[in-house]
Design a protein around this ligand. Structure first.
Ligand SMILES: [Zn+2]
Ligand SMILES: [Zn+2]
Length: 339
């Protein structure tokens, strides 16, 4: 049983506004092939749609009122590292930047010089950016015993920084420190301010080590590290998708599905369903085949994205010859590859 009743082909086509797609290649890419894009099923108890029943947002509603448009002056996604990203226990920032660029087909840059951490006063963290210093309220979480930053202070800081970044579409801080949105909350993964187009996300809890009782400075083992990178890429693109104005997806299995827990988000795909893909394309104006090719190149060169790589390989094989020249190797001729 699907979450939305009676999702017939014609209903799906109207959610995509499929009849307005005129380009022959795009018609193929945007068709809701159910074998490539499984429909969203009725949620289990405690899952996101069970706890937060949502109506969904179709393509036309998005284009008419929700989309945050790009223009030639605000063309870039800025990533702002907040605190340190230590190698082998944190996702690589250049990988995150590269993934964002390929996913959105929008120039993505890491803010240079970044926010430099200059002082730890337990309840306040001070950062320096160019000639300005910023203070962010912090605390030590009573359960984890780890430092947490107050998201509202981070968002205010980013909004001030963004004023001088005239070419920015959005400014997104990423951190390995844990976050909280107000004193009564235990933690939050991230928060966005749509009015100012700024957001902050923490990858701290995506590391399997977060819940360890003892400090451990050793590198993460390979599988844990790959999982951390994959989760970080997934959350970053989901959340930046919200900044574009895309709501949670309730129609298909999709990167824009809401999630209530780590197991639920781990089970979600990184790809976008045809409805969300068309929304993103409306803002970013990419060629869908070229975008898939960019993502495929990322997946084959980054460990830990096996599921996504297999899915995209299936897609590219299906659409071979459409518009984009597929001069990439879709065969696994690496004998060490188990997939
Ligand atoms: Zn969301
Ligand atoms: Zn979707």
């Amino acid at each position: 049983m699907t979450y939305i009743d009676n999702l017939t082909d014609s209903k799906l086509e109207s959610l995509i506004d499929y009849k307005s797609v005129t380009d022959e290649d795009e018609k193929e890419y945007l068709y809701p092939h159910i074998d490539l894009f499984p429909l969203k099923e009725v949620p289990k108890k405690g899952q996101w749609l069970d706890a937060h029943p949502e109506k969904g947002q179709d393509y036309l509603t998005f284009t008419k009122k929700d989309a945050n448009l790009l223009n030639s002056e605000n063309g870039k996604i800025y990533l702002v590292p907040l605190g340190t990203f230590e190698e082998s226990v944190s996702p690589n920032l250049e990988k995150l930047r590269d993934y964002c660029y390929r996913y959105f087909c929008i120039e993505t840059v890491i803010l240079e010089p970044g926010l430099k951490h200059i002082e730890d006063n337990k309840t306040k963290q001070s950062y320096q950016y160019l000639d300005n210093s910023f203070e962010i309220t912090s605390r030590i979480n009573q359960y984890s015993d780890k430092l947490q930053l107050l998201t509202t202070d981070v968002l205010e800081t980013l909004a001030m920084i963004k004023i001088n970044l005239e070419d920015s579409y959005c400014v997104v801080a990423v951190t390995m420190d844990d976050l909280y949105p107000q004193s009564s909350w235990n933690f939050v993964f991230g928060q966005a301010d749509m009015n100012n187009m700024v957001a902050v996300f923490s990858f701290a809890r995506y590391s399997p080590r977060f819940y360890d009782l003892f400090e451990n400075q050793n590198p993460l083992d390979k599988d844990d590290y790959n999982l951390l990178v994959m989760r970080s890429c997934s959350v970053l693109t989901h959340e930046i998708g919200h900044l574009f104005g895309i709501y949670h997806c309730v129609y298909f299995e999709c990167c824009m599905n809401g999630s209530n827990s780590l197991p639920e988000s781990d089970a979600q795909p990184l790809y976008l369903c045809p409805i969300c893909l068309r929304k993103l394309q409306y803002v970013s104006k990419f060629n869908i085949g070229e975008r898939y090719k960019l993502l495929y190149e990322f997946f084959i060169s980054t460990p830990g994205f096996e599921t996504e790589k297999s899915w995209l390989k299936k897609v590219l094989k299906r659409y071979i010859g459409l518009g984009v020249s597929l001069d990439i190797n879709l065969e696994d001729n690496n004998s060490n590859n188990q997939n």
